[in-house]
Ligand binder design. Structure first.
Ligand code: AP5
Ligand code: MG
Length: 194
Protein backbone atom coordinates (compact mmCIF):
# COMPACT_ATOMS: atom_id res chain seq x y z
CA UNK A 1 0.00 0.00 0.00
CA UNK A 2 0.97 3.60 -0.60
CA UNK A 3 0.21 5.77 2.42
CA UNK A 4 0.96 9.41 1.72
CA UNK A 5 0.95 12.29 4.11
CA UNK A 6 0.54 15.64 2.36
CA UNK A 7 1.94 18.31 4.60
CA UNK A 8 2.64 22.03 4.86
CA UNK A 9 1.32 25.32 6.20
CA UNK A 10 -2.24 26.62 5.72
CA UNK A 11 -2.82 27.52 2.08
CA UNK A 12 0.22 25.70 0.68
CA UNK A 13 -1.98 23.60 -1.62
CA UNK A 14 -2.61 20.36 0.26
CA UNK A 15 -6.28 20.11 -0.72
CA UNK A 16 -5.63 21.18 -4.31
CA UNK A 17 -2.94 18.56 -4.85
CA UNK A 18 -4.90 15.88 -2.99
CA UNK A 19 -7.53 15.91 -5.70
CA UNK A 20 -4.93 14.88 -8.29
CA UNK A 21 -3.28 12.33 -6.02
CA UNK A 22 -6.43 10.40 -5.14
CA UNK A 23 -7.18 9.80 -8.81
CA UNK A 24 -3.67 9.06 -9.95
CA UNK A 25 -2.83 6.58 -7.18
CA UNK A 26 -6.29 5.37 -6.12
CA UNK A 27 -5.99 6.69 -2.56
CA UNK A 28 -8.58 7.27 0.13
CA UNK A 29 -8.46 10.99 0.95
CA UNK A 30 -8.75 11.77 4.64
CA UNK A 31 -8.75 15.53 5.24
CA UNK A 32 -9.48 16.35 8.87
CA UNK A 33 -10.29 19.96 7.91
CA UNK A 34 -12.87 18.77 5.35
CA UNK A 35 -14.39 16.31 7.83
CA UNK A 36 -14.71 19.06 10.45
CA UNK A 37 -16.28 21.45 7.91
CA UNK A 38 -18.79 18.80 6.87
CA UNK A 39 -19.73 18.35 10.54
CA UNK A 40 -20.00 22.10 11.04
CA UNK A 41 -22.32 22.33 8.03
CA UNK A 42 -24.52 19.56 9.41
CA UNK A 43 -24.43 21.05 12.93
CA UNK A 44 -23.39 17.76 14.54
CA UNK A 45 -22.09 17.75 18.15
CA UNK A 46 -18.59 17.25 16.77
CA UNK A 47 -19.05 20.19 14.38
CA UNK A 48 -20.35 22.50 17.11
CA UNK A 49 -17.38 21.66 19.32
CA UNK A 50 -14.78 21.90 16.53
CA UNK A 51 -16.10 25.23 15.27
CA UNK A 52 -15.05 26.97 18.50
CA UNK A 53 -11.42 26.23 17.68
CA UNK A 54 -11.42 26.38 13.88
CA UNK A 55 -12.95 29.84 13.68
CA UNK A 56 -10.10 31.16 15.83
CA UNK A 57 -7.42 29.36 13.85
CA UNK A 58 -6.61 27.08 16.80
CA UNK A 59 -6.16 23.32 16.65
CA UNK A 60 -9.09 21.15 17.65
CA UNK A 61 -7.95 19.15 20.74
CA UNK A 62 -6.04 15.94 20.00
CA UNK A 63 -8.48 13.57 21.68
CA UNK A 64 -11.34 14.74 19.46
CA UNK A 65 -9.31 14.73 16.24
CA UNK A 66 -7.57 11.39 16.81
CA UNK A 67 -10.81 9.63 17.68
CA UNK A 68 -12.50 11.04 14.57
CA UNK A 69 -9.64 10.06 12.25
CA UNK A 70 -9.37 6.56 13.71
CA UNK A 71 -13.04 5.92 12.96
CA UNK A 72 -12.70 7.18 9.39
CA UNK A 73 -9.78 4.83 8.77
CA UNK A 74 -11.88 1.81 9.65
CA UNK A 75 -14.34 2.05 6.77
CA UNK A 76 -13.83 -0.81 4.33
CA UNK A 77 -12.55 0.14 0.92
CA UNK A 78 -10.80 -0.94 -2.25
CA UNK A 79 -8.17 1.76 -2.18
CA UNK A 80 -4.45 1.35 -2.75
CA UNK A 81 -3.61 3.43 0.31
CA UNK A 82 -4.49 6.46 2.41
CA UNK A 83 -3.83 10.12 1.68
CA UNK A 84 -3.69 12.04 4.95
CA UNK A 85 -4.28 15.78 4.48
CA UNK A 86 -4.07 18.07 7.51
CA UNK A 87 -3.37 15.18 9.86
CA UNK A 88 -1.19 14.68 11.87
CA UNK A 89 -0.66 18.18 13.21
CA UNK A 90 0.95 17.33 16.57
CA UNK A 91 3.44 14.72 17.74
CA UNK A 92 0.67 12.98 19.66
CA UNK A 93 -1.38 12.72 16.46
CA UNK A 94 1.63 11.33 14.56
CA UNK A 95 2.19 8.65 17.20
CA UNK A 96 -1.49 7.72 17.18
CA UNK A 97 -1.42 7.48 13.39
CA UNK A 98 1.55 5.12 13.59
CA UNK A 99 -0.45 2.95 16.03
CA UNK A 100 -3.55 2.93 13.83
CA UNK A 101 -1.49 1.92 10.80
CA UNK A 102 0.52 -0.68 12.69
CA UNK A 103 -2.69 -2.42 13.69
CA UNK A 104 -3.46 -2.71 9.97
CA UNK A 105 0.09 -3.89 9.24
CA UNK A 106 0.75 -0.61 7.49
CA UNK A 107 2.98 2.43 7.81
CA UNK A 108 3.41 5.88 6.31
CA UNK A 109 5.29 5.60 3.01
CA UNK A 110 6.15 9.27 2.45
CA UNK A 111 5.53 12.70 3.89
CA UNK A 112 5.38 15.26 1.09
CA UNK A 113 5.75 18.82 2.33
CA UNK A 114 4.72 21.70 0.07
CA UNK A 115 6.96 24.63 0.83
CA UNK A 116 5.43 28.12 0.40
CA UNK A 117 6.58 31.37 2.07
CA UNK A 118 4.33 33.14 4.52
CA UNK A 119 3.50 36.18 2.41
CA UNK A 120 2.18 34.01 -0.42
CA UNK A 121 0.12 31.92 2.03
CA UNK A 122 -1.60 35.00 3.44
CA UNK A 123 -2.36 36.33 -0.01
CA UNK A 124 -3.81 33.00 -1.25
CA UNK A 125 -6.02 32.57 1.79
CA UNK A 126 -7.30 36.16 1.83
CA UNK A 127 -8.12 35.80 -1.84
CA UNK A 128 -10.01 32.54 -1.27
CA UNK A 129 -11.79 34.19 1.68
CA UNK A 130 -13.45 36.64 -0.73
CA UNK A 131 -15.53 33.85 -2.24
CA UNK A 132 -15.42 30.91 0.20
CA UNK A 133 -17.43 30.99 3.38
CA UNK A 134 -14.62 29.59 5.47
CA UNK A 135 -14.66 31.67 8.66
CA UNK A 136 -10.93 31.06 9.14
CA UNK A 137 -10.09 32.73 5.79
CA UNK A 138 -11.93 35.93 6.55
CA UNK A 139 -9.31 38.02 8.27
CA UNK A 140 -5.57 38.41 8.26
CA UNK A 141 -5.16 37.97 12.01
CA UNK A 142 -6.80 34.56 12.04
CA UNK A 143 -4.76 33.50 9.01
CA UNK A 144 -1.55 34.64 10.74
CA UNK A 145 -2.62 32.73 13.83
CA UNK A 146 -3.09 29.55 11.76
CA UNK A 147 0.43 29.99 10.39
CA UNK A 148 1.80 30.58 13.90
CA UNK A 149 0.06 27.45 15.21
CA UNK A 150 1.60 25.52 12.30
CA UNK A 151 5.08 26.80 13.19
CA UNK A 152 4.67 26.23 16.94
CA UNK A 153 2.95 22.85 16.98
CA UNK A 154 3.02 21.18 13.58
CA UNK A 155 6.25 21.97 11.74
CA UNK A 156 8.21 19.81 14.21
CA UNK A 157 6.72 16.79 12.45
CA UNK A 158 9.13 17.33 9.55
CA UNK A 159 11.81 16.09 11.92
CA UNK A 160 9.68 13.19 13.07
CA UNK A 161 9.43 11.84 9.51
CA UNK A 162 12.91 12.94 8.43
CA UNK A 163 14.34 10.68 11.13
CA UNK A 164 12.50 7.80 9.45
CA UNK A 165 13.77 8.88 5.99
CA UNK A 166 10.22 9.59 4.89
CA UNK A 167 10.40 13.37 4.43
CA UNK A 168 10.24 14.91 0.94
CA UNK A 169 10.07 18.63 0.21
CA UNK A 170 8.47 20.25 -2.84
CA UNK A 171 8.74 23.89 -3.82
CA UNK A 172 5.13 25.11 -3.86
CA UNK A 173 5.81 28.42 -5.58
CA UNK A 174 4.88 27.58 -9.13
CA UNK A 175 1.72 26.72 -11.01
CA UNK A 176 -0.65 24.10 -9.65
CA UNK A 177 0.24 21.87 -12.62
CA UNK A 178 3.99 22.21 -11.96
CA UNK A 179 3.60 21.33 -8.29
CA UNK A 180 1.51 18.32 -9.30
CA UNK A 181 4.22 17.08 -11.69
CA UNK A 182 6.89 17.45 -8.99
CA UNK A 183 4.83 15.45 -6.50
CA UNK A 184 3.96 12.73 -9.03
CA UNK A 185 7.59 12.36 -9.93
CA UNK A 186 8.65 11.96 -6.27
CA UNK A 187 6.03 9.26 -5.77
CA UNK A 188 6.90 7.47 -9.00
CA UNK A 189 10.58 7.34 -8.02
CA UNK A 190 9.61 6.08 -4.56
CA UNK A 191 7.46 3.33 -6.04
CA UNK A 192 10.16 2.25 -8.49
CA UNK A 193 12.73 2.02 -5.73
CA UNK A 194 10.65 0.20 -3.13
P1 AP5 B 1 -7.45 22.54 7.14
O1 AP5 B 1 -8.72 22.43 6.44
O2 AP5 B 1 -6.50 21.42 7.11
O3 AP5 B 1 -6.79 23.89 6.66
P2 AP5 B 1 -5.29 24.44 6.57
O4 AP5 B 1 -4.24 23.44 6.75
O5 AP5 B 1 -5.26 25.62 7.45
O6 AP5 B 1 -5.13 24.87 5.13
P3 AP5 B 1 -6.08 24.90 3.90
O7 AP5 B 1 -6.90 23.68 3.78
O8 AP5 B 1 -6.79 26.20 3.97
O9 AP5 B 1 -5.00 24.97 2.75
P4 AP5 B 1 -4.39 23.84 1.82
O10 AP5 B 1 -2.98 23.62 2.18
O11 AP5 B 1 -5.30 22.66 1.73
O12 AP5 B 1 -4.40 24.63 0.47
P5 AP5 B 1 -5.52 24.65 -0.67
O13 AP5 B 1 -5.27 23.57 -1.64
O14 AP5 B 1 -6.84 24.77 -0.05
O15 AP5 B 1 -7.73 22.87 8.69
C1 AP5 B 1 -8.63 23.88 9.06
C2 AP5 B 1 -8.74 23.93 10.57
O16 AP5 B 1 -9.31 22.69 11.05
C3 AP5 B 1 -7.41 24.06 11.34
O17 AP5 B 1 -6.99 25.39 11.45
C4 AP5 B 1 -7.80 23.44 12.69
O18 AP5 B 1 -8.56 24.34 13.44
C5 AP5 B 1 -8.71 22.30 12.27
N1 AP5 B 1 -7.96 21.06 12.05
C6 AP5 B 1 -7.80 20.40 10.87
N2 AP5 B 1 -7.04 19.31 11.03
C7 AP5 B 1 -6.70 19.28 12.34
C8 AP5 B 1 -5.90 18.40 13.11
N3 AP5 B 1 -5.28 17.36 12.55
N4 AP5 B 1 -5.76 18.67 14.42
C9 AP5 B 1 -6.38 19.73 15.00
N5 AP5 B 1 -7.13 20.60 14.32
C10 AP5 B 1 -7.30 20.38 13.00
O19 AP5 B 1 -5.11 26.02 -1.40
C11 AP5 B 1 -5.31 27.27 -0.78
C12 AP5 B 1 -5.63 28.32 -1.86
O20 AP5 B 1 -4.47 28.50 -2.70
C13 AP5 B 1 -6.76 27.91 -2.80
O21 AP5 B 1 -7.52 29.03 -3.13
C14 AP5 B 1 -6.02 27.33 -4.02
O22 AP5 B 1 -6.76 27.47 -5.20
C15 AP5 B 1 -4.76 28.19 -4.05
N6 AP5 B 1 -3.59 27.47 -4.61
C16 AP5 B 1 -3.24 26.18 -4.38
N7 AP5 B 1 -2.08 25.87 -5.03
C17 AP5 B 1 -1.71 27.02 -5.67
C18 AP5 B 1 -0.58 27.36 -6.50
N8 AP5 B 1 0.38 26.46 -6.82
N9 AP5 B 1 -0.49 28.62 -6.95
C19 AP5 B 1 -1.46 29.55 -6.65
N10 AP5 B 1 -2.55 29.29 -5.87
C20 AP5 B 1 -2.65 28.04 -5.38
MG1 MG C 1 -6.94 21.96 2.86
Amino acid sequence: MLNILIFGPPGCGKGTQSEFLVNQYNLKHLSTGDIFRENIKNKTDLGIEAKKYIDQGQLVPDFITIDMLGKKMQSKNDFSGFLFDGFPRTKKQAESLDDFLLKMNQEISMMICIDVPERELVSRLLKRGESSNRADDQNKEIILNRIKVYKDQTEVLKDYYQKQNKFFNVDGISTIADVKEKIFSLIDIYQRES
